[in-house]
Design a protein around this ligand. Structure first.
Ligand SMILES: NC(=O)CC[C@H](N)C(=O)O
Length: 198
């Protein structure tokens, strides 16, 4: 069977770290810089970075509608940190939401100044052993619809979740050597390919 092709939206943020993890996990990693490339990939990672800047670049490079279409086709998406902000249907503090793909309300920079960046060892649904999660000016999910599966919480806040073909984490799984989080995503991509093939 040919290798799965996982794209990383390459407009801004932690792109190469994700590509490295994708390749370590046995898939082909592609930096996506043009909307046409979305046709060539089986799943897409929206990396961490700065969501407001990413939104501007999404508009500038004509990605807004193509990304919505990508999701409409139920192709798997993985939003990490700023990527989670981008997919949320709602943002708190009346900020304007972006792609609005997942039924969650996200609070940006939610852990406050004392906790600009920190590491926490978290139990994750589906993993036998806890995951060492790196948070950098991280958001969290303030509110999730019933059909959103909560995968992990930290101090009672939702920091990882899944809805259908969309996975999100408030932390940066690509900044550790642990590839188990990306493997959860790769499994989703594998399953979606099998469903399409049937
Ligand atoms: N590390 C990150 O991705 C930070 C996200 C950033 N606080 C934002 O809202 O865009």
């Amino acid at each position: 069977m040919s290798r799965l092709v996982i794209g990383v939206l390459g407009l801004q943020g932690a792109v190469t770290e994700h590509i490295n993890q994708v390749e370590t996990s046995g898939c082909n990693g592609v930096i996506v810089k043009k909307p046409e490339q979305l046709k060539e990939i089986d799943g897409l990672i929206l990396p961490g970075g700065e969501s407001t800047t990413m939104r501007k670049l999404i508009e500038r490079y004509g990605f807004f509608e193509p990304l919505k279409q990508f999701s409409k086709q139920r192709k798997p998406l993985f939003g990490t940190c700023a990527g989670m902000v981008l997919v949320a249907k709602e943002l708190s503090a009346s900020s304007e939401a972006h792609l609005q793909l997942m039924d969650v309300r996200v609070k940006r920079n939610a852990f406050g100044r004392q906790k600009e960046s920190f590491e926490a060892v978290l139990p994750i649904k589906g993993l036998d052993l806890p995951f060492s999660a790196v948070f950098i000016r991280a958001p969290y999910i303030e509110k999730a619809a019933q059909h959103v599966e909560i995968i992990s919480t930290y101090e009672n806040h939702i920091v990882a979740a899944k809805q259908d073909h969309i996975l999100v984490t408030a932390f940066h799984p690509e900044l550790t050597n642990d590839t188990r989080m990306i493997e959860i995503f790769i499994d989703m991509v594998k399953k979606s390919k099998n469903t399409v093939a049937l």
